[in-house]
Design a protein around this ligand. Sequence first.
Ligand code: HEC
Length: 124
Amino acid sequence: MKTYFALFSFLIGLFAASLLLQNISAQNTEHVEKLIVDDGWQAVQENCTECHSTLLITQNSGSKAVWESRIRWMQETQGLQQLEDSLEESILNYLTQNYGQKESSRRASLSITLMPDNPYEPID
Ligand code: HEC
């Protein structure tokens, strides 16, 4: 009887430890895999993170047509499944709304007077 109790307690302990570990890894994932929370973010989480991290998505930007072309490219060459029309529409709207076309991702050049001397400039 005593051995059964010991075995039972051991199993309960193991179960609790596994829950704790699961919880820790879920928290880490949440932290790393961050999407802006807005209409449609779950659809992106569910359909777009199987093959690559969310970061590959969030570091990109573009108009609806650009996002659509990326989806087509993945469908034609990377094995992304066909998405139901309404699902694709909500994913595209989410991406366009939250990771839309940027005017420019580079800052403007510094004025020439603020630049260091060019070491390669010919000496006259
Ligand atoms: C079946 C696998 C798969 C799924 C599911 C998937 N992708 Fe991809 N995706 C890829 C592969 C493979 C690449 C190329 C990765 C690389 O360049 O390292 C990629 C690249 C990308 C890129 C980068 C494109 C570029 O120009 O650099 C974006 C953005 C992207 N995916 C968005 C999405 C979105 C949005 C979804 C959901 C609709 C999605 N992916 C679902 C396989 C997938």
